[in-house]
Design a protein around this ligand. Structure first.
Ligand code: ACO
Length: 429
């Protein structure tokens, strides 16, 4: 295979190097294209643009493959442990037993928020969207840890990462407790990551939440399956913000905002809305699918389609299995699961979806799992953010370690007015 591409512009040949990834993906390196030719490339939505070289996650969207640091995600299903996967993504290898224990202890140690920070929650209206609170409070963490703005070495970075991974769950639980007018639960140092989060969410005074093993494993797996997905919208946002040398907290707060949108992490809430509309009898599954296909409607089949997966999304398949197992173990059949299965069945037989290679994505089943655990719909995207945080941190660190890393600054093709003159206000018609 050639290691150069030839671009002919105005009759002049320009040789451009081809970069090949370890899994054989190929890219034309256009780093000095503008300097050499005066041209830029145009790629709205960046579907054909590689923004970086990365060692973290490999996706083969045509074959439904997702691997974290080389490990296929299916291998995390048997004894799911989110903290272990967070370490893997961030530091590049599975932790040794000693590393794991020390990191898990750090997550326990750092779970409390500064008491001063707790007062911020009171300022938010009860109905405030929890994603807004999450982003604001992650950014606020940078006020409480000015010593962690500049991370000089890996030890300091590990302390910042552990604080963030630990505290995001406390912030999330406090945002929920504030929204329902219940007292905040301090983290319980006897509990590990997921049970501690569920305790902070659901324990009541004199009634400690007890975490069922099936629930613990299901939520661990949900978080793992959301933990990284290479250069998606929120991760690219974290990298973009981080490229200006903004600190880790500020960069991840921006990631939360990007994740919030309904075409990204917010889709899990939209999926539940869709399933509930159908359940209430407002519309049938067939009618919904027809509406999603119509060019006259803005409706899409939520939880379907993906920029990268043009075959099944392996995460959706795993979540479907977990959903079925969890509902059975909890003895809580959910009519929304039957509706989801029915929608999937209709769409996968419909040429509209088949031709466009639209399959269920990670958001299609995750909401049903969270609902079974008792997590309210407006917290679904917050759970996604807790899961995605290790990926954001891993990418932020990878980028910050690059030699000669550049600020991210795309260009544009201007399509506005040609030069025109300013007209004083009094002279305008
Ligand atoms: N329902 C109906 N039609 C769809 C859907 C859908 N869910 N998704 C894509 N299409 C159609 C588009 O209308 C378009 O049709 P056309 O070629 O006739 O114009 C075609 O499929 C291609 O769609 P694009 O929007 O160009 O595909 P893109 O790769 O840009 O978008 C996206 C991917 C945003 C995920 C899209 O499939 C979508 O909106 N899905 C629903 C929202 C969703 O589930 N988002 C979560 C994604 S996973 C994640 O972020 C964690």
């Amino acid at each position: 295979m050639s290691d150069q591409a030839t671009l002919i512009l105005d009759g002049v040949n320009h040789e451009l190097p081809i970069i090949t990834g370890v899994e054989g993906e190929r890219a034309i390196d256009i780093r000095d294209l503008r300097e050499r030719t005066g041209h830029i490339t145009l790629d709205p939505g960046y579907g054909n643009t590689g923004s970086c070289l990365s060692d973290i996650t490999f996706i083969d969207g045509e074959n439904g493959i997702l691997r974290y640091r080389g490990i296929p995600i299916e291998q995390f299903a048997t004894s799911p442990n989110f903290v272990e996967v967070a370490w893997l993504l961030i530091f590049g290898q599975l932790p040794t037993a000693a590393q794991y224990t020390s990191f898990a202890d750090d997550l326990t140690r750092f779970a409390n928020l500064d008491e001063g920070m707790k007062h911020h929650f009171e300022g938010f209206p009860r109905a405030a969207p929890p994603m807004a609170i999450l982003s604001a409070m992650i950014n606020a963490l940078s006020c409480f840890h000015p010593d962690l703005h500049e991370l000089d070495d890996e030890d300091q970075f590990r302390m910042a990462a552990a604080r963030l991974i630990s505290k995001i769950r406390t912030i999330a639980a406090y945002a929920y407790r504030h929204s329902v007018g219940k007292p905040y639960n301090y983290p319980d140092p006897r509990l590990r990551y997921v049970p501690n989060f569920l305790h902070m969410m659901f324990s009541q005074p004199f009634d400690q939440y007890v975490c069922d093993e099936t629930v613990r494993d299901a939520l661990n797996l949900v978080l793992i399956l959301h933990a990284d997905h290479e250069q998606n919208c929120s991760t690219s946002t974290v990298r973009m913000v981080g490229s200006s040398r903004a600190n880790l907290f500020a960069s991840c707060a921006a990631g939360v905002c990007a994740l919030w949108g309904p075409l990204h992490g917010g889709a899990n809430v939209a999926v539940l809305d869709m399933l509930e509309q159908i359940h209430k009898g407002n519309i049938t599954p067939d009618e919904y699918v027809s509406m999603a296909k119509s060019k006259d409607s803005k409706v899409r089949l939520m939880g379907f389609g993906h920029r990268v997966y043009k075959n099944f999304d392996p995460r959706a398949q795993m979540l479907r299995t977990v959903t079925e197992r969890l509902l059975e173990r909890l003895g809580k059949p959910d009519p929304l699961l039957d509706i989801a299965r029915r929608l999937e069945e209709i769409a996968l037989r419909d040429p509209y979806f088949v031709d466009r290679k639209l399959y269920p994505n990670v958001d299609f089943y995750s909401g049903i799992i969270m609902r079974a655990i008792g997590i309210p719909a407006d917290m679904f995207t917050v759970l996604f953010a807790i899961g995605r945080l290790p990926g954001w941190i891993a990418h932020w660190w990878e980028q910050s370690q690059e030699q000669g890393g550049k600020i991210a600054r795309p260009r544009q093709i201007y399509t506005g007015n040609l030069q025109t003159d300013y007209v004083p206000l009094a002279d305008r018609g």
